[in-house]
Design a protein. Structure first.
Length: 299
C-alpha cells in the first residue's frame, strides 16, 4: 500500500456542515461542491483561488453541468430533481421521481457517457431500504435501476462504460454491475471491493484512467485507492478529518482530486481534536481521472 502524504492542500474556503458532490465544470473552468445541511453551493476557481458561494434550498445534495449553458446546473434535492440557476440562485424542480419526499431526499449522483443523470435517494434518518437509484433520461423520464438501498452514494463507470460501480454505504461494499450505456440496463455482476469492518464506510468515489477507484471513507479519515479487480486497497490519501464524504477529479487535465469532508454528527470534543472537519482539500494526482460529461437533459 502506498501512502500519499505530501500532495494534500487545504483550500481557503468556508467550512461545510456536510460537504458533498464535488465536480468539475469545464465550461466555467471551476470546481463545485455543495454543503447539504448548510444550504450552500460553492464554486472554486483553481487558477486564482476565487471562491463564490450560492444560496441553496431544499437540501441540495448534488449538482452537475448542463450541456449548452454555463449558467444552469442540474441539481438533486429534497423534493426531486431540476435545475439551479447560478444567476438568480434559484432551484426549479422538474421531476419528483414519482415518490413521496416528506422523509426523503436525493443524495449522490453522476452523469453517464450519453449525458443521462443517475441519482440516488435516502431516508432522512437513513432507514434501511429507504432509498433507490434512478436513471433520468430523455424528457426527464425516471426509471429505478437499483431498488431498496439505504444510503445511495458513489457512482462511477469503467473506461469502456460497460461496468457500473455503485456504493450503498452501510453495506461497506462497492458492487459492479454490467451496464448497457444505450438502454441503461444494469445487472449485478460481482462484489468488486469489500471495506474492512474497522475502516469506516465508503461514500463518494471516482475512477482514474488506470482503473483505480478512489473512495472517500466516512469515519476513516482518508481516501482509498482500490483495485476493482482484486479488491485490494493499493493507495491511501490521509485527510485530517474523520468524515471524508466524497472525491472527484477536477482541473483542465483532471489531475487533481477534490475531497470534501463534514462536521455532521461530531461533538465539541471531536471538533477540537479535528478542527479541519468540514474543510475541502485538493490533492495533486499522478494519474488523471476519466473524462467527465455534461448532463444532456432538456432545460
Amino acid at each position: 500500500m502506498i501512502v500519499e502524504e505530501n500532495r494534500v492542500k487545504k483550500l481557503e474556503v468556508p467550512g461545510c456542515i456536510l460537504g458533498e458532490s464535488p465536480m468539475w465544470h469545464s465550461g466555467r473552468g471551476s470546481a463545485f461542491w455543495v454543503d447539504i445541511l448548510g444550504n450552500t453551493l460553492v464554486e472554486y476557481q483553481l487558477g486564482d483561488g476565487l471562491v463564490t458561494q450560492y444560496k441553496g434550498s431544499r437540501m441540495i445534495s448534488f449538482v452537475c453541468p448542463v450541456g449548452g449553458t454555463n449558467n444552469l446546473l442540474v441539481a438533486g434535492a429534497q423534493g426531486g430533481i431540476g435545475t439551479y440557476d447560478l444567476r438568480s440562485q434559484e432551484l426549479s424542480l422538474i421531476s419528483d421521481l414519482n415518490r413521496e419526499w416528506e422523509n426523503h431526499r436525493c443524495n449522490d449522483g453522476a452523469v453517464d457517457c450519453l449525458g443521462n443523470l443517475w441519482i440516488g435517494t435516502t431516508h432522512m434518518d437513513h432507514e434501511p431500504g429507504g432509498g433507490d437509484l434512478y436513471r433520468i433520461s430523455d424528457a426527464w423520464q425516471a426509471e429505478k435501476k437499483i431498488e431498496r438501498v439505504s444510503i445511495s452514494n458513489g457512482i462511477c463507470w469503467s473506461a469502456d462504460n460497460r461496468t457500473l460501480y455503485y456504493i450503498d454505504s452501510p453495506t461497506k461494499e462497492i458492487r459492479a454491475f454490467r451496464h448497457d450505456a444505450v438502454t441503461g440496463k444494469v445487472a449485478f455482476d460481482r462484489l468488486a471491493v469489500k471495506i474492512s469492518a474497522s475502516m469506516g464506510f465508503p461514500d463518494g468515489m471516482s475512477m482514474d484512467v488506470a482503473g483505480t477507484i478512489w473512495v472517500a471513507i466516512w469515519g476513516g479519515g482518508g481516501v482509498g485507492g482500490f483495485n476493482p479487480i482484486s479488491g485490494a486497497m493499493e493507495h491511501w490519501i490521509p485527510i485530517p478529518a474523520p468524515h471524508v464524504s466524497s472525491c472527484a477529479f477536477v482541473g483542465p487535465h483532471l489531475d487533481y482530486l477534490l475531497v470534501t469532508t463534514a462536521q455532521k454528527e461530531m461533538d465539541d470534543e471531536q471538533l477540537a481534536q479535528y478542527p479541519d472537519s468540514g474543510c475541502t482539500f485538493l490533492v495533486a494526482m499522478e494519474v488523471p481521472g476519466l473524462p467527465t460529461y455534461d448532463c444532456q437533459l432538456p432545460t
